[in-house]
Design a protein around this ligand. Structure first.
Ligand code: PEP
Ligand code: MG
Length: 589
């Protein structure tokens, strides 16, 4: 199966299927030898269902005795020889998987019920159906809640994964992620990349073709998912996995070197982080600071709304760990695909254009005040900067800065120390901000380009919708012209420019971005830092400018993408290899 590769690497392991409400039953032929194993698997699912029913009954008794009695019906049905035996019989005679056999048994029963003209018995039909669905769930997959029950290495296969589910995942055990939904910059990818686990989104019909326990290969390099591979295929992918691991190891050799072009232009390479737990590992990748702390994950992981103190303590830990290197903390960007309990806005028809980012913070002054005071207090311990998300006019920055002044006044009154000269930046993520960039630049110390959203809004292509993922084109001429314009304006205004969207961490785009104009920092998921650094250290700014000039003449996004791919393949055969095998190769040049 093909999908969109969103986090590099190869994962091989056991599938753990979530979203079982969406499954459809597929018939698998099994061998004579496998039938006993399959019958045993079915019996285990029945036993598990019985235990669940007893557990539910216990809980129900506490609420109402009457309700608990109804649940007895389920247990009786589970002991029903016909349901169980007929299914086992089918597994043996048809040599099929238990799911299909059980579903066939269910269908036979349901047909019988249809011919009965008795309301009481007709009611039992639903009970039976519901019960069989529970057994099927136990056979096939797991509920979203079961994420925290994972105790062995698995690869998660699911229809979709919300950011809060991602937080619940036991990180040590999740070796890979595949989803049916999601586009190039969905948060599944961002999270997976932060954890360094291979991930693919947009895999059609994944959940109907995968069973829990299947052997699964997730090739996050080529965007391929293989279920129950042959021995030959397995060998091939074990080799690819090893090659990629060695390739990443070779890259780590450059972590202590500066990100400087051959003609002496330096760029700072910073990390995008989603939680303070990531900070400890940043040094492994030669990261020079935190260019984007996405604070909304801190809210989503919490059970109650974090206040000023919790925020301050969290931020302080990051700042101290970074030891005077820059830490850019973004104020809350809840909204669209990132929602949180009390402040969620589920009923928006079009959340991407709704009350998100700075709009929400301006509408909820207490929420913003807690954030600003938390950031300000942490600023006393290092080099902290504030970043406002989803800016669409200079007015929003002026309003946010007024709130910042109020927060500073409060802290002064409370005699709490903070950095009086804290720098303030705006994210450039909307066409409005990009077009009026000169207005924005007057109100801030720096701008940080959020290409994930900027591309989505410029091209009118939902960043998390797999059906338009092919139209999400970072190399679209409108994107490139917009970036050039932002960089030129920032240079004229003598203000710093950072790029913190996924494009900033894509080594394929590095040379082009440098060629487009002034860039001070690139902020990315930490694993990408050594790759981007390698590109920077191998090129001259002059050549990059030439590449950008050539590309800016072109009108077709696909033409630009293949031009860039070819140019990079010639220069970096190992990194942008056509067969993507990541075998060690020398540069023919
Ligand atoms: C962006 O939009 O590019 C960005 C960095 O912010 P996020 O991905 O958190 O929306
Ligand atoms: Mg954004």
């Amino acid at each position: 199966m093909k999908g969109i590769a969103v986090s590099k690497g190869v994962a091989i392991g056991k599938a753990y299927l979530l979203d079982s409400t969406k499954f459809c039953i597929v018939k698998h032929q099994i061998s004579e030898l496998e039938t006993e194993k399959e019958v045993e698997r079915f019996r285990q699912a029945i036993e598990k269902t019985k235990l669940q029913m007893t557990e539910i009954k216990k809980r129900a008794e506490k609420i109402a005795d009457k309700y608990a009695v109804i649940l007895d019906t389920y247990s009786l049905l589970l002991d029903d020889d016909i349901l169980v035996n007929e299914t086992i019989e089918k597994i043996k005679t048809h040599k099929t998987n238990a799911e299909w056999a059980l579903n066939e048994t269910l269908n036979n029963f349901l047909k019988l019920f249809d011919n009965i003209n008795d309301d009481y018995l007709k009611g039992k039909k639903d009970d039976l159906d519901l019960l069989v669905q529970t057994i099927l769930k136990n056979l096939i997959g797991h509920s979203q809640e079961s994420l925290s029950e994972i105790h062995e290495p698995v690869i998660i296969a699911t229809h979709s994964l919300s950011p809060s589910d991602t937080i619940m995942m036991p990180k040590n055990f999740v070796k890979g992620l595949v989803t049916e939904a999601g586009g190039k910059t969905s948060h599944v990818g961002i999270f997976a990349a932060a954890l360094g686990i291979p991930a693919i989104t947009g895999v059609k019909a994944l959940t109907s073709k995968t069973n829990s326990g299947d052997q699964i290969i997730v090739d996050g390099i080529d965007g391929e998912v293989i279920i129950n591979p042959s021995n030959e295929t397995m060998k091939q992918y074990v080799k690819k996995q090893e090659n990629y691991r060695k390739y990443e190891e070779r890259l780590l050799a450059n972590i202590h070197q500066l990100a400087e072009t051959l003609d002496g232009h330096q760029i700072k390479l910073l990390a995008n982080i989603e939680s303070n737990q990531e900070v400890k590992t940043l040094h492994k990748f030669g990261v020079e600071g935190v260019g984007l702390y996405r604070t909304e994950f801190l809210y989503m992981a919490a059970t109650t709304m974090p206040g000023e103190r919790e925020l301050y303590e969290d931020f302080k830990q990051v700042v101290q760990e970074m030891d005077n290197r820059p830490v850019v903390i973004r104020t809350l960007d809840i909204g669209m695909d990132k929602q949180f309990g009390d402040i969620r806005n589920d009923n928006e028809v079009n959340p991407a254009l709704g009350l998100r980012g700075i709009r929400l913070s301006l509408a909820k002054p207490q929420l913003m005040a807690d954030q600003l005071k938390g950031i300000l207090r942490a600023s006393f311990y290092g080099n902290v900067k504030i970043l406002y998300p989803m800016i669409s006019s200079a007015t929003e920055i002026i309003q946010a800065n007024t709130m910042l002044e109020e927060a500073k006044n409060h802290l002064r009154q409370e005699q709490i120390p903070f950095n009086e000269d804290i720098e303030v930046g705006a994210m450039i993520e909307t066409p409005a901000a990009a077009i009026c960039i000169d207005h924005i630049l007057k109100e801030v110390d720096f701008v940080s380009v959020g290409t994930n959203d900027l591309i989505q809004y410029l091209l009118a292509v939902d960043r998390v919708n797999e059906s338009v993922a092919h139209l999400y084109q970072p190399f679209h001429p409108s994107v490139l012209r917009t970036l050039k314009n932002i960089m030129q304006s920032a240079e004229n205004a003598d203000k710093k420019v950072s790029i913190c969207g996924e494009l900033g961490g894509d080594p394929m785009a590095t040379m082009l971005l440098l060629g487009l104009g002034k860039i001070d920092d690139l902020s990315m998921e930490p694993h990408a830092v050594p790759k981007v650094k390698k590109v920077i250290r191998t090129i001259r700014l002059e050549e990059a400018r030439q590449l950008a000039d050539d590309v800016l003449q072109m009108s077709c996004p696909n033409e630009i993408a293949s031009f860039i791919t070819n140019a990079m393949r010639v220069r970096f055969p190992e990194d942008f290899d056509r067969d993507l095998s990541f075998e060690e190769k020398s540069n023919p040049a």
